[in-house]
Write a protein that binds this ligand. Structure first.
Ligand code: ADP
Length: 404
């Protein structure tokens, strides 16, 4: 079965075509700058990468271009779009309604629309992607995989904020948690590597990419995640602030006469590693600058690692017995010196890194803790698209079996 996985942003569509159940990627790519004169499509197959620049006005035309490339006689990987059996969509906010991936129906679309209020930057473009894919591939199952779904097992005391309860009752203001597809995927892989059933494994998963979050997984279920009502809470990220004193917002508003949109922009786009360093949101640049002696680059890295370490300690207290810590995402998979800094001086917690092995490990699945470490430390490259393809394949297969 061929499954197309779509991750639609406001001006981009990322896609991967999978052969399932083998999880083989036949082709993948990204269409960027939708709505501009110079939209760019980069398309990759096993043996080549091609790039096209042409104006693409909207997501539906973008989907048309993507399916055209996938079926192109020269560079395509399928002959006809009818070979695609199902489409899986990444959807950021599923509110309290969705505890797993599901077939997209009118009710599901309405719910995604309803939660757009809570994820204004993500849910509307996700919906646009769903509509564009449905317009081009109308007769096959379209499946939604929600970033929030894995975290719906959080206990109430972990997701209720210390504010008047009526805001939860009336407006569903609570912690939701994000990056669920990634946390679930690496937690399942870690259980396999531990040789345990998923329900026997207690794991802390650190997704450190441009966005960063950390999850406490107790007996296979998410019981806490550092992101909250929105993906702004928790760890220090590329450009997002993470945890701050809410009082800081009022201070900035009054002292600098800043508006809510201005403060939103500062906390989402101008903070984090970029804000502290004043140089870059990219750890690679910061490491280079820190090496040259730049104090602010060094400080940004220190703040980042300290926050991750603090959350690991907190989540160990939440879990009690902790079997493993997982690093994933662009930073988690690659930034060896940051992993070392985060795990430094945690011997007393039973976390001892094999420094040499850690220094050698990038972008591969590997245990990087020393043999005597009570808590195993793993690097596990995340694969959100494969997980979405898996769920989509499962739902489409069940649907087909029902029809038969
Ligand atoms: P996203 O959250 O957008 O999916 P990624 O998970 O790809 O992002 O993470 C991107 C970040 O990973 C980059 O901004 C960079 O900070 C970090 N990164 C990628 N490669 C390396 C590397 N070799 N060394 C250190 N950091 C890296």
């Amino acid at each position: 079965m061929k499954v197309l996985v779509i991750n639609a942003g406001s001006s981009s569509i990322k896609y991967q075509l999978f052969e399932m159940p083998e999880q083989k990627v036949l082709a993948k790519g990204v269409l960027e700058k939708i709505g501009e004169e110079n939209s760019v499509l980069s398309h990759k197959t096993d043996d080549k990468t091609v790039q096209f620049t042409q104006p693409i006005q909207n997501h539906e035309l973008g989907m048309q271009l993507i399916t055209k490339i996938l079926t192109d006689p020269k560079i395509g990987v399928i002959k006809n779009i009818a070979e695609i059996s199902a489409v899986g969509h990444r959807v950021v906010h599923g509110g309290e309604k969705f505890t797993g991936s599901c077939l997209i129906t009118k009710e599901v679309i309405d719910a995604i629309q309803e939660y757009a209020d809570l994820a204004p930057l993500h849910n509307p473009p996700n919906l646009t992607g769903i509509k564009a894919a449905t317009a081009i591939l109308p007769n096959i199952p379209q499946v939604a995989a929600f970033d929030t779904a894995f975290h719906q097992t959080m206990p109430k005391y972990a997701y209720i904020y210390g504010i008047p309860y009526e805001y939860y009752e009336k407006y569903k203001v609570r912690r939701y948690g994000f990056h669920g597809t990634s946390h679930r995927y690496v937690a399942r892989r870690a259980a396999v590597l531990l040789g345990k059933n998923k329900t026997e494994a207690n794991i802390i998963t650190c997704h450190l990419g441009n966005g960063c979050s950390i999850t406490a997984v107790l007996a296979g279920n998410s019981v806490d995640n550092s992101m909250g009502l929105t993906p702004l809470e928790g760890l220090v990220m590329g450009t997002r602030a993470g945890d701050i004193d809410p009082g800081l917002i009022f201070y900035l508003a009054e002292r600098l006469q800043l508006s809510i949109p201005q403060i939103t922009q500062i906390l989402n786009k101008k903070s984090g590693l970029l804000g502290i360093s004043g140089i870059s949101n990219d750890v690679r640049n910061l490491l280079e600058e820190a090496d040259k002696g730049n104090e602010r680059a060094k400080l940004a890295i220190d703040v980042f690692c300290y926050r991750v370490k603090k959350y690991i300690g907190a989540y160990m207290a939440v879990l009690g017995r902790t079997d493993a810590i997982v690093f994933t995402g662009g930073i988690g998979e690659n930034a060896t010196s940051l992993r070392e800094k985060i795990c430094d001086n945690l011997d007393w917690f039973g976390i001892i890194l094999d420094r040499e092995l850690n220094a050698k490990t990038q972008r591969i699945e590997q245990c990087i803790s020393a043999p005597e470490s009570r808590v195993k430390v793993f690097v596990i490259p995340t694969d959100e698209e494969a997980r979405i393809a898996f769920d989509t394949c499962e739902i489409a297969t069940k649907l087909n079996n029902k029809k038969i």
